[in-house]
Design a protein around this ligand. Structure first.
Ligand SMILES: NC(=O)C1=CN([C@@H]2O[C@H](COP(=O)(O)OP(=O)(O)OC[C@H]3O[C@@H](n4cnc5c(N)ncnc54)[C@H](OP(=O)(O)O)[C@@H]3O)[C@@H](O)[C@H]2O)C=CC1
Ligand SMILES: CC(=O)[C@@H](O)[C@H](O)COP(=O)(O)O
Ligand SMILES: [Mn+2]
Length: 387
């Protein structure tokens, strides 16, 4: 009998995490769920732990540790809490692959620890590569670790590259839905609400990425993610708005041939492929029906109105800690928008100011990233208080 794949899911209570559990549940004889973790949602973590009986659970929010531990006392499950625990639990011998489904900068250190422990990574947490792509990809190479993309666009590119890894990429096109505010004017964007911004036209996702999609920062983060995953230069990465989100992205090779990967917008397929590469396992995921999509359309993104996309290209061109700064500012401004402390257009405006005013450290160490993340957050908070 073939050995089961030992899996750790960091962020099992989120949108990607819960869908990953559906994938795991469909193959009980092939996956061995070792670790699940949550930020604050203790109730769901407990429910998942009882259902899936992993070896270990972590609740990052320390105030909920006793509750989780007491509730799971009769189960043979290790319970830990805090950020440091995330970095430790990924190192367990039984784990083959770590799915990074937590959101934001919090993903960086656990991912690095998993890489240092020589675990393959199924990467949903794009911020890890945005913040520290240089360090993370170097460490992955040094440790012989594969990083399999989960993000739908990067999974699409990766699927197009299977059997083509020896061929040179001329260019890739990342498709963007354009978000809920595609086609809006400046005046309209001035008065959009949090509730409107949280309504993505095609995908049901966590709050932070949904706001990022609305500001097109998500596409900017994905451009940087693609640079590191596929070793591309900025001019080899283009963004095309495709409102239907059916073509998940495209690769153009040196002979001019283009390959695209398409399907209904459903994250379970990219999650599963990241866990089963190079194999495809039979699923009952929804199938594509051409008659549901009589027209697939394309347009240029509006880079003047959706400034975050350009800021991401600028950060990528600058290199060093520039993207770490942009990401930090964006995490603060998105949270402030979600708390209704700033308006929609303030997000990109403050991100731009923080990028302009923060120095850039080149050839950064992990300590440099940690410091620049902290200082960039502080500067973003200062900018918000000045509004
Ligand atoms: N959702 C999607 O379809 C897609 C998501 N992604 C990327 O995947 C990642 C996850 O996104 P998504 O699932 O939507 O996000 P969610 O907000 O739905 O879930 C985030 C998860 O991370 C946990 N978490 C949040 N903050 C922390 C923290 N500081 N420390 C530890 N754990 C934390 C949450 O725990 P809790 O809820 O218990 O507090 C939850 O389990 C993001 O980087 C996103 O950009 C990429 C492509 C598509
Ligand atoms: C599902 C996924 O991968 C998201 O990143 C999605 O692509 C967001 O949509 P936007 O194209 O609107 O950013
Ligand atoms: Mn995506």
């Amino acid at each position: 009998m073939q050995k089961k794949t030992g899996v750790a899911i960091l962020g099992s209570t989120g949108s990607i995490g819960t869908q990953a559990l559906e994938v795991i549940e469909a193959y009980p004889d092939k996956f061995d769920l070792q670790v699940i973790t949550a930020g604050k949602n203790a109730a769901l973590l407990i429910e998942q732990a009882i259902r899936f009986q992993p070896n270990t659970v972590v609740i990052t929010d320390e105030s909920q540790y006793q509750y989780v531990k007491d509730t799971l006392w009769s189960h043979d499950i290790h319970v830990y809490c805090g950020e440091a625990a995330l970095c430790q639990v990924v190192e367990a011998t039984e784990i083959d692959v770590v799915l990074t489904a937590l959101v934001g900068y919090a993903g960086l250190k656990p991912t690095l620890h998993a890489i240092w422990a020589k675990k393959n990574i199924a990467l949903a947490n794009k911020e890890t590569l945005v913040v520290a792509g240089e360090l993370v990809t170097t460490e992955a190479q040094r440790n012989g670790v594969n990083i399999y993309p989960v993000d739908s666009e990067h999974s699409a590119i990766f699927q197009c590259l299977v059997g083509e890894f020896h061929n040179k990429i001329e260019k890739i096109y990342l498709t963007a839905s354009g978000g809920p505010f595609r086609g809006f004017t400046y005046e309209q964007l001035q008065i959009v609400t949090k509730a409107q911004a949280l309504k993505h036209p095609n995908w049901d996702m966590g709050a932070k990425i949904t706001i990022d999609s609305a500001t097109m920062m998500n596409k900017g983060l994905e451009v940087i993610e693609a640079k590191w995953l596929f070793g591309l230069k900025p001019e080899q990465i283009d963004v095309i708005v495709h409102p239907q989100s059916v073509i998940h992205s495209l690769v153009q090779f040196e002979d001019g041939a283009m390959k695209a990967q398409m399907g209904v917008p459903d994250m379970k397929l990219p999650i599963q492929f990241a866990l089963t590469y190079p194999n495809r396992w039979k699923t009952d995921f929804p199938r594509f029906n051409f008659m549901d999509y009589p027209q697939l359309t394309f347009q240029q993104p509006d880079r003047q109105l959706f400034k975050n996309l350009d800021l991401s290209y600028q950060a990528m061109e600058k290199g060093g800690t520039a993207a770490c700064t942009l990401n930090a500012a964006n995490e603060i401004t998105v949270q402030a928008f979600l708390e209704e402390k700033i308006g929609f257009l303030d997000i990109a405006a403050i991100n731009e100011r923080v990028m302009r005013d923060m120095p850039v450290v080149f050839n950064p160490t992990l300590d440099d990233y940690v410091r620049m993340d902290k200082e960039s957050r502080e500067l973003a908070v200062k900018n918000i208080s000045r509004l």
